[in-house]
Design a protein around this ligand. Sequence first.
Ligand code: PLP
Length: 421
Amino acid sequence: MELSEHIAGMSERKQHTLRRAHEYLMPNRVETWLGAGIPLVIGRREGYRIWDVDGHELLDLHLNGGTYNLGHRHPALLETLRAGLEELDVGNHHFPSEARAALAEQLAQRTPGDLHYSVFTASGTEANDVAIRSARHATGRRKIVTLDAGFHGTAGLAGAAGRDDTARYFHSDYPTEFATVPFDDLGAIEKALAGGDVAAVLLETIPATYGFPIPSPDYLPGVKALCEQHGTLYVADEVQTGLGRTGQLWAVEAYGIEPDILITGKGLSGGLYPVSAVVMTREVGAWLVEKGWGYVSTFGGAELGCLVGARALELCSQPDALANATAMSALLGRGLDALRSRHPFLVGVRRQGLVMGLETDHPMGAVRLSRALYARGVWAMFAGFDLSVLQWKPGLLVDEAYCTDLLERLDAALGDVENEG
Ligand SMILES: Cc1ncc(COP(=O)(O)O)c(C=O)c1O
């Protein structure tokens, strides 16, 4: 790509950034975004809005997978972080600390069933990796079953779980140790577990990168029952679906599931200081009793992250916030149904709380819609594993005016795409 052609007319500041990013950082991504008509370089950010460095205002419907569930730079989280910076730093991961112990206690109290021990990591990927290791140690088995359209990160064992084409690209897949099954297919799970050699089934409760297809009501409880029958652990990856996004603190709660391991990340950081967590039952986390240094990470459980995480978890757990998610989901659901009846391009709406996917009538339709929305002032991203579906992910604290504005912009963008022919 001839970069200068694509960036002509942009401010000097933006051109300078794009040139350097293209040269030193992410050549393929820069070309892909410019080619897709989404030349975003994020500058100012506040609440559920972001501004391109050239001033283009966007409603943020991507939220970096829920990282900004509470909004960008939430005042209470900023206050917590600033206060922490007066006294603390990352801390020393070899020792207990007040901030780490407090967040671990809160997670044990706020997660379903008997989840008890936490291990903190910097990223969701590492949290999934620790979950897999823990499940293997607890069961003495190596095999992990995931969805073929699941996503749990791109590094280590997490990178080999779910769709593993990136792992294969880097010769980092483990085909004999990771098996995949299609979404919502209980028979396939039954078959995969029948050999009695599976350590864990690792599932996103509603698979994000696949476009948030909503599982049939009996699917996840059926998987859990099969896990119990075969001595296999149930691992819930709630990196995108947890922290109130579905109207309950954890999406598994809607299915009455008490997982053996739960993973949270993204929004736990408040978008301000990285922190993710694996929460395990006493049985699964028994290795913590005997092998204290079984997992070590300098930045896993950084004290500043734990302070922010505890505050974020508290805010996401508030009944008002959860009720708002349900109310705004219903309001948006009505609006989206109305748009669907008028726009043939929008063929379906997937929705559980504020976790939504918009189905379009074309295999690449979500890429087109994403571009049209960008021009209309909304940043919403297509689902990486199904480009016909647009991820539609409003934040936990959005209000009616914001949702109305959003629906108007979507209406206009759908019209734009339909007029393109
Ligand atoms: C469901 C799910 N699990 C795990 C991850 C990995 O998290 P991280 O990017 O923090 O490593 C992601 C990231 O998008 C995700 O969507």
